[in-house]
Ligand binder design. Structure first.
Ligand SMILES: [Zn+2]
Length: 245
């Protein structure tokens, strides 16, 4: 008996350490228990940027679909039991949401009604557009001072995707002025770029909600992975508390 007990005492911490390394248990994951709201930009009648640029109803790609694909890929990663994040969505499918204020209101309400507290952060996922099909680049938009650490953490991991860091932009996009929810709006790349468009179109069709299929390929997975890493980095080094509630 004594030998078995000693064996267990020696082995238990080793087993725990290897489980943490293997990602099987989330005790060490700073994301565990976080409440994250994800907002897929645009939706319904509001299609966002298009590929080819300004092609309207003839477009091969609508930005709203790429945004939704990334949100679902990221949601899946965050909700993995080894990570343990709770995710709420503003746009779940292809609905039109009237204003940015309603997106924030929806996130705040969902976090409160489902989990009884404020969301820790809100990430609004967009992709940029340009009339130049050769142009690509990465930008993150923030609204209030309190959003800068999150915006920086996301930009740092997203910018290598295009190799063209277009920096942080102070948007006035109104995502955070309501309820002082810490948030950032990401533009990981230009969906009007020929190469980016091909990456998206090479994805596999996946039905992510009721009547909606999007294409999920390597590029979507790569972006979701980068966003995951950015959130992990942000929560690993918590920013100083803002001066007001
Ligand atoms: Zn957009």
């Amino acid at each position: 008996m004594g030998k078995i007990k000693i064996g267990l005492i020696i082995l238990a911490p080793l087993v725990a350490i290897s489980l943490v390394i293997a990602g099987v248990i989330s005790a060490e994951n700073p994301l565990a228990g976080k409440l994250i709201a994800l907002d897929a930009g645009h939706g319904g009648d509001e299609i966002g940027a298009q590929y080819p640029a300004n092609s309207g109803k003839d477009a091969q790609i609508y930005e709203k679909d790429v945004n939704l694909a990334v949100v679902y890929a990221l949601k899946q990663k965050l909700e993995d039991p080894t990570v343990g994040v709770k995710v709420v969505l503003t746009r779940e499918c292809d609905e039109t949401i009237s204003s940015r204020k309603s997106r924030v209101d929806m996130a705040i309400e969902e976090c409160k009604s489902l989990y009884g507290r404020k969301c820790d952060v809100l990430v609004s996922v967009h992709h940029n557009g340009s009339t130049d099909p050769a142009h690509d680049g990465t930008m993150v938009i923030y609204n209030e001072k309190q959003d800068i650490p999150l915006a920086k953490a996301l930009l740092e991991v997203l910018a290598p995707l295009t190799g063209n860091n277009e920096g942080l932009d102070h948007g006035g996009y109104g995502m955070t002025v309501y309820g002082h929810l810490v948030s950032a709006l990401t533009e990981a790349y230009y969906i009007t770029n020929d190469w980016e468009a091909t990456q998206y179109l090479n994805g596999t069709s996946a039905q992510v909600c009721d009547s909606k299929s999007v294409l999920i390929g390597e590029r979507i997975t790569q972006e979701a992975g980068a966003l995951y890493q950015g959130l992990l980095n942000y929560f690993s080094a918590p920013p100083p508390k803002p001066g007001r509630k």
